[in-house]
Ligand binder design. Sequence first.
Ligand code: ADP
Ligand code: ZN
Ligand code: ZN
Length: 735
Amino acid sequence: MSEAPRVAHIAVPSPLARHFDYLIPAALDVPKPGARVRVPFGRRETIGVVLTVDSTSDLPLDRLKPVREVLDSGALLPPVVMELLLWAAAYYHHPIGEVLHSALPVLLRRGLPATSVGEKRYALTPGAHEVLPETFKRSPLQQRLFQALRANPEGLNADALAAVATNWREPMKRLEARGLIRVSEDTCLRSAPVASQVAPELSAAQATAVAAIQEAAARFQCLLLHGVTGSGKTEVYLRAIEKAVARGGQVLVLVPEIGLTPQLVARFEGRLSAPVAVMHSGLNERERLCAWQAARSGEAAVVIGTRSAVFTPMPKLALILVDEEHDASFKQQDGFRYHARDVAIKRARDENVPVALGSATPSLESLYNAEQQRYRLLGLPERAGRAQPPRVQLLDLKRVKLNEGLSPTLIEALRARLERREQSLLFLNRRGFAPVLMCHDCGWLAPCQRCDARMTVHRRSRKLCCHHCGAEAPLPETCPDCGSGELHGVGEGTERIETALARLFPGARVERIDRDSTRRKGALEEKLRRVHAGEADILVGTQMLAKGHDFPNLTLVGVLNADQGLYSADFRSEERLVQQLVQVIGRAGRADKPGEVLVQTWHPDNPVFAALAHHDYREFARYALAEREAAGYPPFAHLALLRAESPSPAAALGFLRSAQQLALSAGVPASVHLMDPVPSAMERRAGRYRAQLLLQARERRALHDFLRAWLELLAQEKSGRKVRWSLDVDPVDMY
Ligand code: ADP
Ligand code: ZN
Ligand code: ZN
């Protein structure tokens, strides 16, 4: 007797790192791997994804529960994407059910049919406008709908119609039957039928880069496009995309979170005469599903998205681009801690297509891979068009009298720009008024009650805020320790600089751009519009200003606290500082007017600044890589970080000590180095005590084999139940 395969191995969203087996009742069709099913789970019902189907289980078959419903007739997630997700679950040691779930748009996770793409919209046909409302005297519901539609010629969706009449569907059918209604489906695809902008002629370096990506078509190759800011990387992307799309392929473009601006999307749409789908966290669930479907059906030729877009099914994938590949936002910082750039490279390999990583400041890992000939390095050493690199001058702050954080040289340079009606930008990576509130009589510093940190003074909103946990308190009038009224903000934040500029240059129009000033939806766009329209003279801002924006009339960049990040405990902080500074320096002198950059520092001799002044990122990379090699940090070693946190002071560290013991008694491979557990740099944060244990390994394989076995032991470990713990593979943020 031959038995049909009736056991489905299903990934169910659960913190358990395994799949669950279910029986497929004879009444249901056997689902394909990658299809969704509705299954009982504990006392509730959940949506799972089928991994495989066969006729065996570790459990007796009569103990298996039945699948209740098969939601997709085919594979919702195609085999290549399933394989990618299985690989990612294994590599990042994260439960498969959660990994698969995170790859699906929320509406699909909830079980909605995968066919429900656009939203239906109902409008009157042109002829219907001639019909008199009196026609519907006998059916008040039809009349109400008719009048609502007449008032909204662009049509109404189901939600809006339900607000007009709860039972709108029946009367709507009647109206439709009379030929009065036109139903259309909203689509999330954006495309100009014809590209509206003309392409510039490529420089020789750009042409070489486009040709190199072209040569790699239809096979795997990783290319690293290192182009200085304003060198025309985006132009290279556009050409490479056009070529891939012309051959009938789809292109996936990954961008950092704050890189996905309306300007970037508009630039893509203005140049590509192909349907573009955009995926980012600002979409509502229906828009997200719509974009996902358009990618999965092949209808979207180009998909531009942030981190999670890397898992989008694209049947005709021909090319992957990762813009600003060094950006830390490609790494997810909680839950499923994957790195979208690294996953993109793995995907390109699996699907046998080229992947190009672009940046003005590539990560040291990627530069090293290029040096090792694993990636093909493409350089764009010069700015596009006529723009010249700006002159970078270091301002030694020793023995200089500062005026609210501004040196006299910088103030004079600002004045000159105002006189010439040119724009300036002051970069300061600290929002708020002052980072510390201090009592000048007794030395009290306003602490956060829940963190090992100081509260930041926000004078506009008259508050103290903790930038680590979000706690807020009213600004005190007097010192809680000695009662003195001499409370003063120490140090500078963007708010204070804004105030100082208003005092120094009363006529100047100052635009502050940071997280506080752009909280309201649309506020950032409005501020950027004013800057572009020449309605601002001086911009003050945090790293929000550093990326991608092109301000042609901006000729001066001032960097206020360049030293932040120079001597930090995190081995990546210097790399991050240089990347930020290169980006912000790149804002100066983009068009015909030469740019000038003034960097205020207490440490002008630090080699970081020499590299900046020479516009030589590779010079910085060379010595930073040598340091990494000496210290055994990536890319010369592979890291994993076990973190734990708990409301009680000793529990987190206690758990990590047990974890260390478990590892030692089970045996740690010689190529894996297990450090001692230590409290995190900021031990208490949001009321929780945090600790971490770092692993350094020369061999990736040995590290992963060890981690797999260790995690099984940790899952059994009792002291782990009292703490929240997680493993971070290839951690980006170390503290
Ligand atoms: P990046 O992405 O490297 O910062 P962009 O692609 O945004 O650079 O290019 C910077 C500016 O130079 C843009 O205004 C762009 O239109 C222009 N540009 C790019 N390539 C060329 C070219 N070959 N000739 C003239 N202008 C160009
Ligand atoms: Zn005091
Ligand atoms: Zn706090």
